[in-house]
Design a protein around this ligand. Structure first.
Ligand code: AMP
Length: 283
């Protein structure tokens, strides 16, 4: 496995891989890898001849006062996980390499980026789409894999790839959870033992909502009332949003159904966690 930090060197590698007729899969990450990331890598490994993962804590997707500086970073640990998952190249550029002096160009997907995380993190998706567009241009992947844990991000990237005629297949992958249901996240590292226990309220709320729909409740207010009550029982939990939405448009729905998205963002102390499910589906 190679670690490439230079943008030019990564482009050169991609050019020669394509020249040799190889297909390339890309898994973009911010590092501090866990089994959620590894599941994307294993899928990419199976789909293409070569597998690249990027590790880049992208400054343009963090707002003022967010955790850009404190975001966990450990390239040595990440390299061991990536190697085990079959990665051929880790692309770990520097911020100055990605955004050199004089940088002025941003990609913005409209409408889909306004609700949910777009509402609470203004500018976040503009940073995400910009860095992903740059990674697609640098690595030139045939396939790129993203987790449904970041449901809105996946929808936004699919839209961008389609709207800008990017020749990459965007693949969405299931949420990987700890055995007690907590969605894996690099940010789980911030949680104390007690907060870690409280954080289970997100998964519990998703399960309760699924249970309500299963017993015939389709009224959004009734479902969200139960969701809020479950989360509200935890002393350090503050809801950023809890919404039932159409999974394509991300707009509100008149009544909940099997294909409705329940999206949650909850602060446990200072740690903001997200989770979601499609009400009629497992996981
Ligand atoms: P991040 O490093 O948090 O930016 O995540 C990189 C990629 O891994 C994104 O496509 C995420 O959706 C995906 N991912 C993160 N956590 C999980 C998880 N628990 N299950 C599946 N995919 C995940």
């Amino acid at each position: 496995m190679k670690i490439i930090t230079g943008v030019g060197e990564m482009q050169e590698w991609s050019r020669s891989a394509r020249g040799a007729g190889k297909t390339v899969a890309l898994v973009p990450t911010m590092g501090y890898l866990h089994d959620g990331h590894a599941s994307l890598m294993r899928e990419g490994r199976g789909r293409c001849d070569l597998l690249v993962t990027s590790i880049f804590v992208n400054p343009t997707q963090f707002g003022v006062g967010e955790d850009f500086e404190s975001y966990p970073r450990d390239l040595e640990r990440d390299a061991a996980i990536a190697r085990e998952a079959g990665v051929d190249v880790i692309f770990a550029p520097t911020a100055a390499g990605m955004y050199p002096q004089g940088y002025l160009t941003y990609v913005n997907v409209e409408e889909l980026t306004l609700p949910l995380c777009g509402g609470s993190r203004p500018g976040h998706f503009r940073g995400v789409t910009t860095v992903v567009a740059k990674l697609f241009n640098i690595v030139q992947p045939d396939v790129a894999l993203f987790g449904r844990k970041d449901f809105q991000q996946l929808a936004v990237i699919r839209r961008m790839a389609q709207d800008l005629n990017m020749q990459v297949q965007v693949v969405g992958m299931p949420i990987v959870r700890e055995s007690d249901g907590l969605a894996m996240s690099s940010r789980n590292k911030y949680l104390s033992a007690d907060q870690r226990r409280q954080a289970l309220c997100l998964h519990r709320a998703l399960q309760a909502a699924r249970g309500l729909l299963g017993s015939g409740v389709t009224n959004c207010d009734a479902i969200l009332c139960e969701v809020r009550s479950i989360i509200g029982r935890e002393p350090d939990a503050v809801i950023d949003y809890a919404e039932l939405r159409d999974p394509q448009s991300l707009q509100p729905v008149a009544a909940a159904g099997a294909d409705t998205l329940l999206a949650l963002a909850v602060r446990i102390g200072t740690t903001r966690l997200i989770d979601n499910c499609i009400l009629g589906e497992e996981n």
